[in-house]
Design a protein around this ligand. Structure first.
Ligand code: CBH
Ligand code: ZN
Length: 432
């Protein structure tokens, strides 16, 4: 039985840290349940046990939020570019199954929140306008309301205008709304500055704002800080949130990891360690961010690292609000800073059972012929542009050939950014 729980906004207002979950579509693609590209949310119907188990692993790692896997589950996305999902299932059924799964796992741990999420739509890129775009969100929101989720998340938007429309539609439900954009310190894809994006997210009515996906953890923290600075300057009081990639992205330009040549199938050498995640969690906390989670690449052990780093703060908040914090199950299997290695057979491994060792380690990549940085494939594009045209038609060979030509021109032309010394987005982070 689900016990009474404290609401999302109430918890943020009391100063509690909310630990988010990690990357669903990336983890399920690797496990063989989701297809990259459309990132097939129909997995909720086709393999409910795979989705349930991933929710459960994040729950055991200390996630306070079970976010229903409704990413790219708007009707227009389910039939975009030859995607057959919509001919097999209704969008409503996919969103419904996702909510059921998130709710059922949330009930396994006291005080776990359930969220429904909406994200960027092909209709927006197509230039279809506000009514058409909001209509896509409203169909999903109807399902979230039916399931009475605790709050809503607008995530993975790269245009401030589209996320404002999403927040507006979410607010119609009366539920608290969290809102994150997938952008870096250089602002949104239509040229709006980071500060202005932050202010507009808050003014649109989101109670918790920030960044998800596209950039590495410390870059995302820095980006949220820029939003925070701008909001504070205007006297806006709002909570802050961060759900970054679990990949190092010092070479990314405005489009983030999507434009890296390694996206999405060869990103492994860039994965952050659990100790990188502890440093991120601490930095996020010190920066005043209170909703701390992860996005693509974040596996359950990364979320466990957030929990471990912030466990004292979590315990403190638990005793303050009368809900004693129960240590999440997965922490039983890992002593902070590797203390369990004292039980190892080999003497040199036993010497690694301490914080100093792991905190200062510079892990090798083991790839002698690989560069440390790549050159992103960056193309300047805007909603309504021919190259961004969306629709149910499959990508043809002629389309492919044309796209290759555009990319070739970019490599030699002036569009290419990053890899040419323009690493201002995130090399040598400056937090001041
Ligand atoms: O999977 C998740 O956990 C979601 N909450 C966020 C996914 S973020 C973006 C995934 C890739 C996008 C693309 O290739 O178009
Ligand atoms: Zn992501």
């Amino acid at each position: 039985m689900q016990q009474k729980k404290i609401g999302f906004l109430e918890r943020l207002n009391s100063g509690e840290i909310i630990i988010g979950d990690g990357g669903f579509v990336f983890a399920l693609e690797k496990r063989g349940y989701v297809k990259a590209g459309p990132w097939t949310p129909e997995v909720n119907i086709e393999h409910p046990e795979a989705v349930r188990e991933l929710h459960r692993e994040f729950l055991r790692s200390g996630a306070d939020v079970m976010q229903a896997l409704t990413f790219y589950a708007s009707d227009d996305k389910l039939e975009n570019r030859g995607n057959q999902a919509k001919h097999l299932y209704t969008g409503e059924a996919i969103n419904y199954a996702a909510c059921e799964l998130a709710k059922s796992v949330a009930a396994e741990r006291k005080n776990t929140l359930v969220a429904g999420g909406v994200c960027q739509t092909p209709s927006y890129l197509d230039g279809k306008g506000k009514d058409a775009v909001q209509n896509e969100f409203r169909k999903q929101l109807k399902v979230f309301v039916k399931h009475d989720v605790d709050f809503l998340i607008c995530e993975y938007f790269e245009h401030i205008e589209e996320i404002e429309w999403a927040i507006e539609a979410c607010k119609e439900t009366g539920k608290p709304v969290a809102a994150t954009m997938c952008i870096g310190p250089n602002g949104d894809m239509s040229g709006v500055s980071l500060g202005e994006c932050g202010v507009r997210l808050a003014k649109a009515g989101a109670c918790c704002i920030g960044i998800n996906c596209h950039f590495d953890p410390l870059t995302c923290v820095k980006t949220v800080c820029l939003m925070k600075k701008a909001c504070e300057k205007e006297g806006i009081k709002v909570h802050y949130m961060c759900q970054p990639l679990a990949y190092h992205t010092p070479d990314c330009s405005k489009q983030g990891f999507i434009a890296l040549p390694e996206f999405p199938f060869a990103l492994e050498p860039r994965i952050v360690t659990r100790f990188d995640v502890q440093a991120y969690a601490r930095k996020a906390y010190e920066s005043g961010i209170r909703y701390i989670g992860g996005c693509c690449g974040f596996e359950p052990y990364h979320i466990r690292a957030i929990t471990e780093e912030l466990i004292n703060e979590k315990r403190h908040a638990g005793s303050a609000n009368g809900f004693p914090y129960e240590t999440p199950a997965a922490l039983d299997k890992h002593g902070l800073w590797g203390s369990e290695l004292k039980i190892h057979t080999k003497p040199f491994v036993r010497t690694r059972a301490n914080r100093n060792y792991w905190e200062n380690l510079k892990p090798a990549s083991g790839r002698p012929y690989c560069a440390s940085l790549s050159r992103p494939h960056d193309i300047e594009m805007h909603p309504g542009d021919k190259i961004l045209k969306q629709g149910p038609q499959e990508t043809s060979e002629e389309d492919q050939a044309e796209l290759l030509k555009v990319l070739e021109n970019c490599k030699t032309g002036h569009h290419i950014k990053g890899g040419d010394g323009n690493h201002s987005d995130n090399l040598l982070l400056d937090f001041n």
